[in-house]
Design a protein around this ligand. Structure first.
Ligand code: EPZ
Length: 422
């Protein structure tokens, strides 16, 4: 697969605009099959995960098309409830379609979505929530057959504030008679964005962003247009690119309130931050100070999707840091690659102990998942010499044209093809 060739040492500086959030767009693409009409998603990013979701929507009978204004989804064309095996296994976010398909068709079938590099990614909380709503779910040969003919509004309590399970139950309840309440709901901003989309289409959801979401069923949703929230993880990643290189960036279409835990850590490391309406500017010191500790938690705690990026920053900061990954069971896969670049990191269970080094050395490294891949690019921007980051298709899942954006900000980076990378 293709790679990024990076020559380190250039400071990252300048201004870019942040795209809409992958983790808001993916559930909204699923919810877009609920309305009796089309949805125009403005400023939708061109990501491979979006293309994968489009592929599944097409097999369900829904047309989607890119226009100058964004992505149009013809959700009203839904005609099937069975998701194709090759797609639902490959695309983790296929699980988001279960609730909306049940809401529209009252039956659904899908293969267990695959786990991925960061963990097993079980879906027990999704299924127990749907069962609480009267959906009967039978598993045969790895395929889930769901019968929603008797599904009803219910009070659903989540044992863990799962983002996906909260969104799935929310979407499955939108067209049901009565009121569904989700307690111990996840509070991520992307869930609030999904609520905003559903309500913009005529739904009646409230409480998203808190631990209790209330869905009052409506007869139908209408089509319309919507611009999803900016991507807070992409925002954090580009702030870290300036931080690790001693640079300075201004990010437009960036919401500081969605990223408070990360901004606090960047300030602890010596970065100066300026926040305005939909803008964040960061100026970094020549060398970062180590943060004492980062513990990943459900929102508003420190986001697990920024953990790898902080590991890269800690690797070159002055002093020692501890990172504890509480959300996913296997999110230190990039430690081996950082060590190959000279980082001093020791992992014990869910904790990584980092002794910051003055500099790292360029090496050949592997992207294991989309955030680890992005973090290795950050390390490469700082490292002396040349780094080849392989398998950047992982990065393309969540970052649109990362190499072009970073080149615009002063980086010496180019994409190489699989043939060149051989
Ligand atoms: C969403 O995944 C995001 N993906 C992830 O972003 C993000 O890391 C995660 O939330 C946490 O913030 C999208 O929104 C598309 P969870 P999701 O359900 O919904 C366990 C990225 O890099 N769990 O909150 O799958 C699970 O194993 C991606 O953009 C169960 O045990 O996350 C994990 O340990 C990576 N049973 C924890 O909960 C379930 O039924 C959090 O998972 C569901 C989850």
């Amino acid at each position: 697969m293709g790679g990024f060739l990076v020559r380190g040492g250039e400071r990252i500086w300048g201004e870019i605009r942040v795209d809409a959030a992958k983790n808001a767009v993916l559930p909204i693409l699923a919810a877009a099959i609920l309305p009796n009409g089309q949805t125009l998603l403005r400023n939708c990013p061109h990501l491979s995960d979006v293309e994968s979701m489009r592929g599944i929507l097409h097999t369900l009978g829904c047309k989607t098309e890119w226009t100058d204004e964004g992505l149009v989804i013809y959700g009203d064309m839904l005609s099937k409830g069975e998701m194709p095996e090759h797609l639902s296994k490959r695309v983790r976010s296929s699980i988001f379609l279960l609730g909306p398909i049940l809401a529209r068709m009252r039956k659904a079938a899908m293969v267990y979505p695959g786990g991925c590099e960061i963990g097993l990614r079980p879906i027990d909380l999704h299924l127990s929530g749907l069962r609480r709503m009267g959906v009967s779910i039978r598993e045969e040969g790895g395929v889930l057959y769901c019968d929603g003919s008797k599904m009803h509004a219910a009070d659903v309590h989540l044992d863990y504030p799962s983002v996906g399970a909260t969104e799935n139950v929310m979407m499955s309840a939108v067209l049901l008679d009565g009121t569904t309440t989700i307690t111990n709901a996840a509070r991520e901003p992307e869930i609030e964005d999904l609520q905003r989309y559903i309500n913009a289409m005529g739904g009646n959801v409230c409480g998203a962003g808190t631990d209790t979401v209330v869905v009052k069923g409506v007869k139908a949703l209408h089509g319309g247009e919507y611009e999803p929230m900016p991507d807070r993880i992409v925002t954090g990643t580009y702030l870290c690119a300036a931080a690790i290189t001693g640079g300075a960036v201004t990010l437009r279409n960036a919401r500081a309130g969605d990223l408070r835990a990360v901004l606090d850590k960047l300030m602890e490391m010596g970065c100066a931050l300026r926040e305005e309406e939909n803008l964040i500017a960061l100026a970094a010191p020549c060398r970062l100070k180590a943060f004492h500790q980062v513990q990943t938690q459900p929102y508003p705690g420190f986001p697990t999707d920024m953990q790898s990026q902080m590991l890269a920053l800690a690797s070159v900061a002055k002093g020692s840091s501890v990172i504890i990954e509480n959300v996913f069971e296997n999110r230190f896969a990039m430690v081996g690659d950082l060590r190959r670049m000279g980082a001093d990191i020791r992992v014990a269970g869910r904790a990584a102990f980092v002794q910051g080094k003055e500099c790292l050395c360029g090496a050949q490294v592997q992207s294991h998942d989309l955030r680890a891949g992005a973090a290795l690019v950050l390390a490469a921007l700082k490292a002396e010499g040349e780094t080849l980051v392989r398998d950047v298709h992982f990065i393309d899942r969540g970052y649109e044209k990362m190499e072009e954006r970073l080149r615009m900000l002063g980086a010496d980076i180019r994409r190489i093809t699989a043939e060149e990378n051989a």
